[in-house]
Design a protein around this ligand. Structure first.
Ligand SMILES: Cc1ncc(COP(=O)(O)O)c(C=O)c1O
Length: 384
């Protein structure tokens, strides 16, 4: 049986990896080399230079591709490096349709870097796939979605959007960071490109910054590989090794994140200090039925607003946690608390972010895999 045809947990542990042919080492070695001896000038059969190819990174790329049911994987030195490579597929004059709630860094690269190069972005409410139809014209080349979104957990119907992009010959790229491949596989729902901040759930231990793109189409892969090699935002072998190690427990960690996430969400839902709560597992969460259809569970990300709190009161609460750590990022084994408007989403103008609920009293929780009793007690004391 091909390892790539196996079930998720088996792929997470084995895909792309064979015992080392020289020594039998079970773990893929860290090929810490920038270059490789070549048999003769002009012989391009083997490895040449590590910006383009490295065996440790290749093992990781094959594993990531297998987990997303994709043919090809490309690892980048950050999630933003991966996003940047997708944008480099575009030409001045092209148009992109994207959501109105996005990771702040994605909003920043679109508006501060690529708008400058003549690319136009439409930031839309994507709660209904048909909302994109009136913005499509012959210049529309890419639809970029994030689902669940960061930080208000909007759920976007990947299959519904893919039907429209396919009919109009537009690329659909899905940032699958919040769900991870364990909970959602956008490729199976019609996406052309899946993007990950590997830094988050896939790496899982808050010790690596990395990104990835997964694709099926041969021509698209060639174009993206060209950008990857030409622009050079590729990660080193040590980081590739750390992520290969982290991935081996992705399925175990995700189960625990989902379990703890559900308990934390239930606890906060009725807490007197909480005004709004965003977690796609609630039946009254917008597009909950879509989440049920396209995700296998609801994940460990929960956002809340604090009732009647101004910025100072929100800061006070965010600074009182003892088990949750106040930090940017998410998806690691340790629980983190983030204040989006001063941290991850600081680059989005106030009037833009407030339209979708990213207000100064919003806190985003990345629920880790510690003992749930300790997490609930920490929330209780910090909110008291
Ligand atoms: C949803 C999402 N996409 C992309 C990124 C960017 O990834 P990186 O920080 O690895 O560059 C992040 C980082 O927080 C994110 O949350």
């Amino acid at each position: 049986m091909m390892k790539d045809n196996m079930k998720f947990a088996t792929k997470a542990i084995h895909a792309g990896q064979e015992p080392d042919p020289t020594t039998g080492a079970v773990m893929t070695p860290i090929y810490q080399t920038s270059t490789y001896a070549q048999k003769a000038p002009g012989d391009h059969k083997g490895f040449e230079y590590s910006r383009g190819t490295n065996p440790t990174r290749q093992a990781l790329e094959a594993c990531l591709a297998a987990l997303e049911n994709a043919k090809y994987g490309l690892a980048f030195s950050s999630g933003m490096g991966a996003t940047d490579a997708v944008m480099k597929l575009l030409q001045p004059g092209d148009e992109v349709i994207t959501g109105n709630d996005l990771y702040g860094g994605s909003y920043r690269i679109f508006t501060k870097i690529y708008m400058k190069y003549g690319i136009k972005f439409h930031f839309l409410d994507l709660s209904k796939p048909e909302n994109i139809e009136q913005y499509i014209n012959e210049k529309t080349k890419l639809v970029w979605i994030e689902t669940p979104t960061n930080p208000t957990m909007q759920i976007i119907d990947i299959e519904g959007i893919a039907k429209i992009t396919k009919a109009n010959n537009i690329l659909l790229s899905v940032d699958n960071t919040f769900a991870s491949p364990y909970l959602q596989n956008p490729m199976d729902l019609g996406a052309d490109i899946v993007m990950h901040s590997v830094t988050k759930y896939i790496g899982g231990h808050s010790d690596v910054v990395m990104g990835a793109l997964l694709v099926n189409d041969d021509e698209l892969y060639k174009q993206l590989w060209f950008i990857y090699n030409a622009c050079g935002a590729t990660p080193g072998p040590q980081d590739a090794f750390l992520v290969l190690r982290g991935i081996k427990t992705l399925h175990l960690r995700m189960k625990a994140h989902c379990e703890n996430g559900a308990r934390v969400a239930a606890f906060l839902k009725t807490h007197p200090k909480i005004d709004k709560i965003y977690w796609p597992g609630f039946e009254d969460h917008p597009n909950h039925d879509v989440a049920k259809r396209q995700m296998r569970d609801f994940g460990g990300m929960v956002s809340i607003t604090i009732k009647d709190a101004d910025l100072q009161e929100t800061y006070r609460i965010a600074s009182r946690f003892k088990v949750f750590t106040l930090a940017e990022s998410l998806g690691g084994v340790e629980s983190l608390i983030n204040h989006p408007t001063s941290m991850t989403h600081g680059s989005i103008p106030k009037d833009e972010r407030e339209k979708v609920g990213v207000t100064d009293n919003l806190l985003r929780l990345s629920v880790g895999v510690e003992d749930i009793e300790d997490l609930l007690a920490d929330l209780e004391q910090a909110l008291s």
